[in-house]
Design a protein around this ligand. Structure first.
Ligand SMILES: Cc1cc2nc3c(=O)[nH]c(=O)nc-3n(C[C@H](O)[C@H](O)[C@H](O)COP(=O)(O)OP(=O)(O)OC[C@H]3O[C@@H](n4cnc5c(N)ncnc54)[C@H](O)[C@@H]3O)c2cc1C
Length: 476
């Protein structure tokens, strides 16, 4: 084992996450006079919405990238230190942040923290979902936007929510043949009704809709992908109608062949791992993406003094609310760190949230249907290779919540720490009769929250305990 040294960083405000929420929090805190460090996992700041490809695109995508670039330039010019490629794997409420950049350890000791760790895709397991070529729409988008790589040439896109429209447009622009867009919502009427109340969103909606008009004959509403077919790679998909009671109607199901990519996702889940490590209170609301961080709607203050939260981790709402919430949280964090600040103005956030809430209601995944898709031999937890039958046996034997299932079966104990399988296991448990999801809960994050080389972990923990007096016991 090589010896790794840890770098110690102090600042007024540490922002974790460089998406819209984190960037705008960092800018606001810096403008309020705080010294600010922004740590972000990705190679370049921007997060999901303002993702910055190495080669800027032309056409419709260019607008979003340019808006993000302008914000990043403002943030840098203000004096915020952005550290990209930094993965935070531990957080303690001293507050103390443990991170790594490649093989180097970082220990950050700020006065206040803004958590803006965003969200991740929300896949649900179904037979065949582990075949190569089956991936989430978010992963496919990343391939296209960042690397100019198509996920496949003949593609089926499935799930629910407006994100499917965005990805359909991007796949088409990238030259993919999008054979079907399978949406679980019964019709587009709910989207139309939500949009009708918010004229200021019409231009953006019109841009997206225009881009997918040629695909409209390929849209199927009120349907779901029940199975991926293929031997060594996905080559087909079965698409079935969803009945009024949420059951899958096998009669008249469509069997599609000749595809080489199947992209399935049911919205997003807030990335709450670091917030749980810090002891921030969570709540559960399916419409908000599942477990989310409870934060004051104006200041972003969480239940832990000095820890603020903004953006998708406080409930899935999109980029505009994230920008507005980030600004408020940045001001509040600078105030906590001792800077004289004006009161955050929650007006912009409230306005942005109204539209987000209408969209959430328009696109509710059919949780009951999703929970019935796995067969006994379907893998629910891919990291630990735990099948549905094993999870059901654990539930039958008395594992009443996510933690119990993890202890019984190891589901959620692998490198993803439940990020990928957590949703699938809770909807499956719901259908197996076990659970109100709010009670079923989510896996508590343990140190390290993300996979990290042991010598980097040791260096960070060593410095934190030696120099900061922190009491840290790795348990992951
Ligand atoms: C895969 C995906 C694709 C999306 N694409 C779109 C889209 O095309 N259009 C749209 O309107 N909305 C999209 N969204 C929704 C998106 O979440 C919001 O629109 C917006 O980006 C939210 O801003 P945010 O700052 O809250 O989070 P994000 O933009 O997600 O930013 C969070 C940041 O936190 C960082 N981070 C997370 N964990 C750690 C850690 N442990 N250590 C260090 N850094 C960390 C990430 O690297 C990321 O940069 C997408 C969401 C996902 C999950």
């Amino acid at each position: 084992m090589t010896t790794v040294s840890a770098e110690r960083i102090t600042c007024d405000v540490c922002v974790v996450g460089g998406g819209p929420a984190g960037l705008s929090a960092a800018l606001a805190a810096r403008r309020a006079g705080a010294s600010v460090e922004l740590l972000d996992l990705f190679e370049r700041p921007g997060g999901q919405y303002f993702m910055q490809p190495a080669h800027p695109p032309t056409g419709a995508a260019a607008r979003q990238v340019a808006e993000g670039r302008a914000l990043i330039e403002h943030v840098l010019a203000s004096g915020v230190l952005i550290r990209s490629g930094v993965e935070v794997f531990g957080a303690y409420d001293e507050p103390l942040i443990l991170a790594r950049r490649g093989d180097a350890a970082l220990v950050v000791k700020p006065r206040a923290v803004v958590l803006a760790t965003g969200a991740h895709d929300r896949p649900a397991p179904f037979p065949g979902w582990t075949l190569p070529g089956v991936m989430t729409p978010g992963a496919a988008q990343r391939l296209v936007k960042l690397h100019g790589t198509r996920p496949g040439s003949r593609v089926v896109l499935a799930g629910c929510g407006p994100f499917l429209l965005v990805v359909a447009a991007q796949l088409r622009a990238a030259g993919c043949d999008v054979v079907r867009v399978v949406e679980t919502s019964p019709s587009p009427l709910a989207l139309a009704a939500a949009l009708a109340r918010f004229p200021r969103h019409w231009p953006e909606a019109a841009r997206i809709m225009l881009a997918v008009v040629p695909l409209l004959p390929r849209f199927r509403f009120g349907r779901i992908v029940t199975r991926a077919a293929g031997e060594t790679h996905v080559t087909g998909a079965i698409i079935a109608r969803i009945g009024r009671d949420g059951r899958v109607l096998t009669e008249g199901a469509e069997e599609l062949d000749g595809i080489d990519a199947l992209l399935v996702g049911y919205g997003f889940r807030p990335s709450v791992e670091l917030a749980t490590m810090l002891g921030c209170a969570l709540a559960h609301d399916w419409d908000a993406g599942g477990a989310y961080v409870v934060a004051d709607r104006v200041s972003g203050a969480t239940s832990v003094p000095g820890i603020f939260a903004a953006g998708e981790i406080t409930g899935i709402a999109g980029a505009r609310p994230a920008l507005a919430a980030g600004e408020c949280a940045g001001i509040a964090a600078a105030g906590f760190a001792g800077k004289a600040t004006p009161s955050p103005d929650g007006g912009r956030l409230k306005q942005a949230m109204d539209f987000a809430l209408a969209l959430r209601r328009a696109f509710r995944p059919p949780y009951g249907t999703l929970g019935r898709l796995p067969q006994d031999d379907t893998l629910l937890c891919r990291c630990e290779e735990v099948r549905a039958s094993e999870v059901r046996a654990a539930l039958d034997e008395g594992a009443g919540d996510a933690h119990g299932v993890k202890m019984w079966t190891r589901a959620g104990m692998g490198p993803c720490q439940g990020r990928i399988c957590g949703f699938g296991i809770s909807v499956y448990a719901g259908c197996a009769g076990s659970a109100d999801p709010a009670v079923f809960g989510a896996n508590a994050a343990r140190l390290p929250a993300r996979p990290v080389p042991v010598d980097v972990l040791a260096a960070a923990v060593g410095m934190a305990t030696r120099e900061e007096g922190a009491q840290i016991i790795p348990t992951g």
